[in-house]
Design a protein around this ligand. Structure first.
Ligand SMILES: NC(=O)C1=CN([C@@H]2O[C@H](COP(=O)(O)OP(=O)(O)OC[C@H]3O[C@@H](n4cnc5c(N)ncnc54)[C@H](OP(=O)(O)O)[C@@H]3O)[C@@H](O)[C@H]2O)[C@@H](O)CC1
Ligand SMILES: Nc1ncnc2c1ncn2[C@@H]1O[C@H](COP(=O)(O)OP(=O)(O)O)[C@@H](O)[C@H]1O
Length: 289
């Protein structure tokens, strides 16, 4: 990916043709945590819908259903009773991309959800608590991963899953830091067999076959107001929505990161995470989508 651009081929892929219906654009399933913890997943769900997934379902524990029902409209809701509930939901082959982690909670049930989602071999975005839940046994996590998975850690989460690579980064002097970050993300993707997107003002994306993309939100392209609660949850939803639309994991990661940065720049000072999905129509218009 050019440092600040999105390729014409990826822009073209964002369009919807007149002869297509909603199921042609995929159905994303976003998992939410329990009562009082649904905000992050709702942000991700809204982003997945805005980026063009044909349908988006928020799956939540039954006790969080009423709370989520009070907050969503175009997004559909489904109570999921533990991982057996998730397995049952995934019997529908039209659910073709999954997001788990934002607000999910760090618990056995989260680990089991991750196991079930990965065993289904569907494209899946693993963020936040889905990563942190495996901090005590990253190897067990890597054994479950496959090339349809995208990991979207911030540096803290990256350090929990790849502690040795993070240590090398922390030890490095400032001037060569970007080179070391590139090497760390490339090694991380090779080690875990999935696409890894390391977030920050410079976002780096690597896949297991050695492709590397980077997005520099610095200088004229800076978007420092993206450093706000829930901003990463929106990114996870964007990537999931693009996976539902049939983008490859690497394409979904780079396109999602680019759109996220563009929305951050477009909104500028004062933005909060809720604003980011709502900026997408303006960004699409600028791109000619
Ligand atoms: N509206 C909602 O519902 C929202 C819900 N959210 C949900 O909350 C849950 C917890 O997620 P979280 O990311 O806030 O906390 P956590 O996992 O403890 O990691 C934070 C620690 O990591 C470290 N750290 C190092 N580098 C870092 C970096 N670049 N960026 C950030 N952190 C960095 C740093 O530690 P330090 O290095 O300072 O010791 C820091 O203290 C999760 O489910 C998420 O989805 C949030 O998304 C907000 C909106
Ligand atoms: N200074 C910055 N400039 C540009 N983007 C940033 C900056 N700081 C954070 N971001 C972006 O904001 C998002 C923050 O995600 P994350 O740390 O997971 O927050 P949350 O868990 O609250 O959603 C990431 O996409 C990251 O790349």
């Amino acid at each position: 990916m050019p440092r600040t651009g999105l390729s014409p081929a990826l822009i073209a892929r964002l369009s919807k043709r007149a002869d297509q219906h909603k199921y042609d654009h995929g159905h994303a399933l976003i998992l939410s945590g329990g009562p009082g913890r649904g905000g992050a997943a709702r942000l991700a769900a809204r982003a997945a819908l805005r980026v063009g997934a044909g349908l988006v379902t928020l799956g939540c524990p039954p006790e969080a259903l009423a709370e989520n029902a009070a907050q969503v409209t175009a997004i559909m809701l489904r109570p999921l009773d533990g991982s057996a509930g998730l397995e049952e939901a995934l019997e529908d082959p039209r659910l073709n991309a999954i997001c788990m982690g934002p607000g999910l909670g760090i618990a056995t049930v989260s680990r089991n959800h991750v196991r079930v989602a990965l065993a289904s071999r569907r494209p899946v975005v693993l963020d936040a608590d889905a990563l942190t839940s495996f901090a005590d046994d990253p190897r067990a996590f890597f054994a479950l991963l496959h090339s349809n998975a995208v990991l979207t850690p911030h540096m803290g989460e990256f350090a929990r899953v790849f502690p040795d690579l993070a240590k090398a980064l922390q030890a490095d002097p400032r001037e060569s830091r970007l080179e070391v970050r590139r090497a760390a993300v490339t090694q991380a993707a090779a080690r875990c067999g999935a696409t890894v997107l390391l977030k920050g003002e410079v976002t780096l994306i690597a896949d297991p076959s050695g492709h590397l993309a980077e997005l520099h939100l610095t200088g004229k392209a800076a978007a420092p107001w993206l450093a706000t609660a829930g901003s990463g949850d929106v990114l996870a939803g964007l990537v999931t929505g693009l996976l539902a639309r049939g983008f490859s994991p690497f394409q979904a990661a780079e396109t999602g990161a680019w759109l996220h940065g563009a929305a951050g720049r477009h909104l500028g000072a004062g933005l909060i995470a809720e604003d980011l999905p709502e900026a997408l129509p303006a960004i699409f218009a600028q791109l000619g989508v």
